[in-house]
Design a protein around this ligand. Structure first.
Ligand code: HEM
Length: 167
């Protein structure tokens, strides 16, 4: 493999032989299988384009620069690293937090150029662990707080309105 290309396995969250949804864009082929369900326009817009060229349709829907940048992530054989200066600004295998401060004026362009790969934010395993919250933690914390505040509020209301309204 060309050493200027990242292998798809390095960059993909999902991989596997049977997980393919190929499209063409300007004579390159892309496997966008892992992106299908995340497409902001919905999966149904993209589904009819399996094995077809999407260039015209993408232009018709006025996709942003970020969308075309993201598309390269799914290029067959991996993204060409030497094509994008933005790719070389950080070491993707190291935590991001310590690196973004050094991006300087490039930061604003880099931060809105989406990629679809595993990366970590913090050096510390504990902090990294805290960056991902399973959905059930949110009701676990907030439901007791809501119940507590509702009980306190009701008690106060009963106390304040005691003797009024003929109660
Ligand atoms: C030909 C097939 C495609 C069609 C018909 C299509 C259609 C659309 C539509 C209608 C929206 C607007 C959603 C909204 O604003 O509510 C959208 C947004 C978007 N699409 Fe697609 N899309 C296609 C392929 C792709 C591909 C291949 C990618 C990249 C891998 C992509 C990335 C995006 C992104 C990032 C957005 C958010 C808006 C933006 O940044 O432009 N789309 N698409």
């Amino acid at each position: 493999m060309d050493e200027n290309r990242m292998s798809q396995n390095d960059t993909c969250i999902y991989d596997g032989e049977d997980t393919k949804f190929k499209i063409d864009y300007e004579s390159n082929t892309y496997n966008i299988y892992q992106f299908l369900n995340n497409h902001p326009g919905g999966v149904n817009y993209v589904k009819p384009y399996e094995s077809k060229d999407v260039a015209q349709s993408m232009r018709r829907y006025d996709h942003s620069k970020a969308a075309y940048y993201l598309l390269k992530e799914y290029q067959q054989g991996g993204r060409k690293k030497d094509e994008d200066d933005l790719e070389r600004l950080v070491d993707w295998n190291k935590p991001m937090l310590s690196q973004v401060g050094k991006l300087g004026t490039k930061y604003s362009e880099w931060v809105i150029s989406p990629v679809d790969r595993r990366l970590r934010l913090f050096d510390s395993d504990l902090l990294e662990y805290l960056t991902i919250t399973p959905w059930y933690v949110v009701p676990m914390i907030w439901i007791p707080i809501i119940i507590y505040l509702a009980v306190i509020g009701t008690k106060k209301y009963i106390h304040i309105t005691k003797g009024r309204f003929g109660l």
